[in-house]
Design a protein around this ligand. Structure first.
Ligand SMILES: [Zn+2]
Ligand SMILES: [Zn+2]
Length: 288
């Protein structure tokens, strides 16, 4: 099984878009890319806009090669209602658009599903379900909270497994901050985990110090209680330039590799959103 993050915050945009290649079947998770409309009171820098276009093109390329597309929830960095050709002839496994969902995502889900209804081969609600095909198993968690609070709604976590590998994709859990998010991971011990890391760029504002502590403790628990070899941490975490400062406790162990998505694919971290102020100074000629 090959796990290939296509776009992520460490790769310069808001996304967790991931392409999974298995022997007989390819799967695309959350095929979308977004940018923060305003960070440090600045709009996206031209370099970010360019990166977003490049990554969207890569997502379209991989969508052509995939027979299954998964949508874990209805934020624009996870589903794309404007590029409906992405879903042409695919089996779409989606977060329940009616139950365990907040009001704004319910409206977005309705708009999205109405717009694409004739396009995919099949659309199935995936919450808490299991699918087997072509020597792989795809298992979904029950809906779990989008971070520490309920107001952002719910996401579904995914386990994709064959005989050799067990890959878990958490979607937007903001650091694995609640029991139910953690339980799905401990009950289905992965060999490789791609998790949305703690939201430290909002620390003491929308993300409490206790949330960070719970997150780090839960990640330690996963390292100690499972045989996970690699943990990719990204997305909300890599909106913070100093994210590694907060990870010392989990970086100082030899059992499990902790990487960003960029590091996992062998690239440099490019936290373009976190560096937006610097980008406007350094590359001023791009927008003059
Ligand atoms: Zn989200
Ligand atoms: Zn997200």
């Amino acid at each position: 099984m090959k796990i290939i993050p296509l776009a992520s915050d460490s790769l310069g945009t808001r996304s967790m878009a991931t392409y999974i290649e298995t022997e007989n079947i390819n799967i695309l998770i959350d095929p979308a890319v977004a940018l923060s409309p305003s960070r440090f009171n600045l709009p996206p820098h031209p370099l970010e806009l360019k990166r977003k276009e490049e990554q969207l093109n890569l997502i379209k390329e991989k969508a052509e090669l995939s027979s299954i597309i998964i949508i874990t929830h209805y934020h624009y960095d996870h589903h794309n209602p404007e590029e409906i050709s992405l879903y042409q002839n695919k089996i779409l496994l989606i977060k329940d658009p009616e139950n365990f969902i907040n009001e704004s995502q319910k409206i977005r889900a309705g708009y999205f599903l109405e717009k694409i209804k004739e396009i995919p081969k099949k659309i199935e609600i995936a919450d808490n379900k299991e699918f087997s095909m072509e020597n792989i198993k795809i298992k979904f968690s029950p809906p779990v909270r989008h971070g520490p609070k309920e107001y952002l709604g719910y996401v579904i976590q995914i386990l994709i497994s064959n005989e050799k590998e067990k890959f878990i994709f958490t979607s937007d859990v903001q650091g694995i901050v609640d029991e139910e998010q953690l339980n799905f991971i401990l009950e289905n011990p992965p060999t490789i985990l791609y998790a949305d890391g703690p939201m430290t760029y909002m620390l003491n504002y929308r993300y409490k110090k206790e949330d960070l502590e719970i997150s780090l403790n839960n990640i330690k628990k996963i390292i100690n209680e499972t045989d996970v070899k690699t943990i990719i941490l990204d997305h909300h975490l890599t909106r913070d330039e100093n994210f590694k400062e907060y990870l010392k406790e989990i970086l100082n162990q030899n059992k499990t590799k902790i990487l960003t998505a960029a590091e996992y694919v062998g690239k440099e971290n490019e936290l373009l959103e976190a560096k937006r102020r610097e980008l406007y100074k350094e590359f001023y000629y791009l927008y003059k």
